[in-house]
Design a protein around this ligand. Sequence first.
Ligand SMILES: [Zn+2]
Length: 52
Amino acid sequence: MKTCPRCESKKGETVSQSPVKGAWEIYQCQTCFFTWRSCEPESITMHLYCNP
Ligand SMILES: [Zn+2]
């Protein structure tokens, strides 16, 4: 389980992974349904920095 950067619940689940193993993962919060990638832990507004 990952901590959601938006609501800080601990219910983030992995929903997708990079074809390159370990490069990045996509998580979804089961509380607020926010999704984020593993390579944007803090700055969740900067999505363009994280193209696969
Ligand atoms: Zn959340």
